[in-house]
Design a protein around this ligand. Structure first.
Ligand code: NDP
Length: 423
């Protein structure tokens, strides 16, 4: 773009000057950008064309009792009510004994895609015969992983089309998410397969459909604990079960059901420096694994209890990527007191289930808007320029007027300030 040539080669100062010279930002806006920076060297080394740090609010969600241990859960989100809902769901479950979780294994899958072969069965036979040698090549490409107790575990072949096959390599990545480590191992393996078996490799990269890194979280609440107003616990429980059925039957509902779950999951994934795109793509692929997109969690009534279960791939790490270099991530790990990647998976799955419980509970009892209203009005008031000290007054007037839009919020802020000036 004219005026922005070699932007990537410029210093931070030069990038700011360019933005101003090209009339993109005013002096005042540039000042804002500069003041937002908290670690310029870090930002510059993490991404390309860096200009500032974009911050999101972080809060703590309470009441998490998971596998007999209590946790404080840091969450990073821009959406009002996510943390409140998470704590609400967690408290209901805490009173009933907490979440129970399971992580059977932590393997990441990588793919070497081979094209233009003559005979799939023959090539598959050759690859399987070479399995030990192939795993050795993969391990030698990142040997430090083997010294930590991890490494390549197995491979399998899958035919994708007449001329395409995937060689899937499963790797124990220990405490890391493992994408980079696996990609290194895959490239070495692909070279070996290409040379040794005279095959044509199209590409090699990890898969985010982390089917060998699943986590389940479960909870069980007595129906009596669900009572609200004049609705009995049994009635609410039955409605939650019906809502869960709808998310299994209807992709329109399933998408929103899962969005609510990801509200919580993404917030913890972000707070712990993990790759939320990887978690998102894996979760949604898992949700459609049987051919129809469905809710990731399910609820049923059994023996006077409402029982919930969630299962999804959660390939998160406690080391690696940006985790070791962003100071806030280390602080958040400390707040959580998380000791392993498996434990982190258990916490994240529990947060997803808690978020889902809180959403379904509200939806099937009072409706989502009533609970959210004050929080949404707060966002509107802030967008209308209300100062922190003015918020309560602005919200009270907006609720009284029953007008929930930005223009009304601006009018209320102006009205309050006029009144204050006249007093
Ligand atoms: P790294 O490349 O940072 O590798 C992990 C690092 O952690 C290694 O340097 C390893 O040391 C070190 N480490 C220290 N202790 C341990 C331990 N106990 N277990 C395992 N490793 C340990 O990160 P990842 O390979 O985990 O890759 C994650 C990053 O890759 C994320 O930032 C992600 O966004 C990105 N990514 C994601 C992709 C995707 O999802 N499709 C694709 C490509 C990248 P040593 O070197 O000594 O073994």
């Amino acid at each position: 773009m004219p005026g922005f040539e070699k932007f990537y080669e410029k210093t931070l100062q030069q990038r700011w000057e360019t933005l101003q010279q090209q009339g993109v930002l005013s002096e005042e806006q540039l000042c804002y950008l500069k003041n937002k920076i908290y670690a310029p060297d870090l930002g510059n080394s993490m991404i390309e064309n860096y200009i500032t740090d974009y911050t999101l609010p972080e809060g703590i969600s309470f009441h998490y009792l998971i596998d007999g241990r209590n946790y404080l859960v840091p969450m990073v989100t821009e959406e009002p009510s996510v943390i409140a809902a998470s704590s609400h769901g967690a408290r209901m479950v805490q009173k009933a004994g907490g979440f129970k979780t399971k992580v059977e294994q932590r393997l990441m899958i990588g793919q070497i895609v081979i094209e233009d072969f003559q005979d799939y069965a023959d090539l598959k036979r050759q690859i399987e015969k070479e399995q030990t040698a192939i795993l050795k090549v993969a391990n030698e490409a990142h040997y430090s992983l083997v010294t930590r107790g991890g490494g390549a575990r197995w491979l399998r072949c899958r035919q994708l089309a007449d001329d395409l096959m995937s060689v899937d390599l499963a790797v124990d990545v220990q405490e890391a998410m493992g994408a980079n480590m696996l990609n290194t191992m895959l490239e070495a393996t692909a070279d070996y397969i290409q040379t040794k078996l005279a095959s044509k490799v199209l590409m090699s990269i990890l898969s985010n459909f982390a089917t060998e890194c699943l986590t389940t979280a479960e909870c069980s609440l007595p129906l009596s604990a669900l009572t609200k107003g004049n609705l009995s616990g049994k009635e609410i429980g039955q409605k939650i079960v019906q809502a869960s059925r709808v998310a299994q039957l209807d992709p329109y509902r399933a998408a929103t059901h899962n969005k609510g779950i990801m509200n919580g999951i993404d917030a913890v994934v972000l707070a712990t420096g993990n790759d939320w795109r990887a978690i998102e793509s894996g979760a949604h692929t898992f949700a459609v694994k049987n051919g129809q997109y469905r809710g990731l969690s399910q609820w049923e009534i059994d023996d006077h209890h409402l029982k919930g279960r969630i299962e999804l791939p959660l390939p998160v790490g406690r080391v690696g990527g940006s985790i070791g270099i962003v100071p806030l991530v280390k602080i958040n790990q400390q707040i959580m007191n998380v000791r392993s990647a498996r434990e982190l998976q258990s916490i994240i799955a529990s947060v997803g289930l808690s978020q889902n419980l809180a959403a379904l509970y509200t939806l099937t009892s009072e409706g989502i808007q009533r609970g959210h209203m004050r929080l949404q009005l707060k966002s509107l008031a802030l967008a209308a320029g209300a100062k922190t000290a003015e918020l309560k007054q602005v919200l009270d007037v907006m609720i009284k007027k029953n007008e929930h839009n930005l223009a009304a919020a601006k009018e209320v802020v102006a009205e309050i300030r006029r009144k204050d000036q006249n007093e």
